[in-house]
Design a protein around this ligand. Sequence first.
Ligand code: F0G
Length: 477
Amino acid sequence: MIEQPQSRRRSWAEPFKIKMVELLKTTTIDDRRRAIRDAGYNTFLLRSEDVYIDLLTDSGVSAMSDRQWAGMMVGDEAYAGSANFYHLEEAVRTNYGYRYTVPTHQGRGAEHIVSRLLIKPGDYVPGNMYFTTTRLHQELAGGTFVDVVIDEAHDPQHEHPFKGNVDFAKLDALVERVGAERIPYVSVATCVNMAGGQPISLANLRELRSWCDRHDVLIVHDMTRVAENAWFIKQREAGYAERSVASIVNEICSLTDAATMSAKKDALVNIGGFLAMNDEALYQRACGLIVVYEGLHTYGGLAGRDMEAMAIGIRESVDDDHIRARIGQVEYLGEQLTRAGVPIVRPIGGHAVFLDARRILPHVPQEQFPAQALAAALYVDSGVRSMERGAVSAGRNAATGENYMPKLELVRLTIPRRVYTQAHMDVVAESVIDVCASASSIKGLRFTYEPENLRFFLGRFEEAAPQGAHAKVAGSV
Ligand code: F0G
């Protein structure tokens, strides 16, 4: 028998089998109507027991392997110098190449510390598109985020293979405007979440490295989904088809100076993160802040067992078979929707399929949050929970108070790793297709409670009168 090369495999099927299951509750459409109203039309405020298929996020919701669970049993719960910390440090060095690791309770803990360490009030932080918590920590440290991602990233239909790439004309314009000394670092994310899970190429990252060296600017890598980015490089970038995901991950990290990690995504754990770097002086300063905000530098807000599960998860996450199946499942869902004519962000992303709410609900103006309304309608239809990634998530400009109105007004169907089956994906596709078919009946929303920061988490809404309704009433009097 002739062995097929890896790339010619017909199926993305999972390289694991299921050992334990979690039973789900069945709800009726009336239950779900009540639940979403009680939740103020915000899927973050639903109880998870009222959800059938939970695609809110891929964060902290992965199924751990039997090896990770076994690792939990050898947690060394010492306050200082836990053996599990050293395993984590070793896993980071071997798989990512960073010399120093400081654990944090999750990604935003690392973002907080790195922003405080590197940003001075009045600084500018360019990045390949914003992420909600990342930008907020930059702003809280006195910085201003500047979007330097290529224009194609803001166009959901554009098939650019590396929509996470940095636009050097935008970076040069920023230096021209504010001077390189006001730019402590470029914040570069792999597999850019808000762009739709879109990768950056190694060629672009290499160019960024030399740009930063010329301007004496650091690169801080948001490596939350670095393995997924590496898979896309293997598929799409010339010269990488025969390389392992693990070796590509290592090459990506080697081009950056420091990294923040939410290990709740790629690294397959339910809680945890870290800040990593190569510079010893920066590491010492990071330790000084960690003890104030997270915990001792050898546990950073985590139990020993969590660090052990993370160390094992990091190794599993860079395995080619794992990533092939993970992204294969996301593509399976995305292709079904594309075949049915549902407008989604193209190319299909690494961790999620993003519905283009602008095009699905053209009758709802962006001021009435079409993506928020679409996510609520999808939940009512089938108990599938998704998340808004549009004007609600974008929030308000910190200086002017104006609402940001992003070009991307999206609903994210985020796929947890190793959790759902192909049949679950079929249910999701059927429901999305049905909701799109009756989209004209979906009404826009308005805030009844708007929190100051990260308003998408806790904000509450009610149905808004259709736009133009007031004018019609006035005209008919
Ligand atoms: N960076 C990126 C790119 C993220 O996607 C997230 C979290 C974080 C940083 C913050 O990490 O949650 O561990 O504090 N994203 C989640 C999501 C919340 O649903 O996309 P955290």
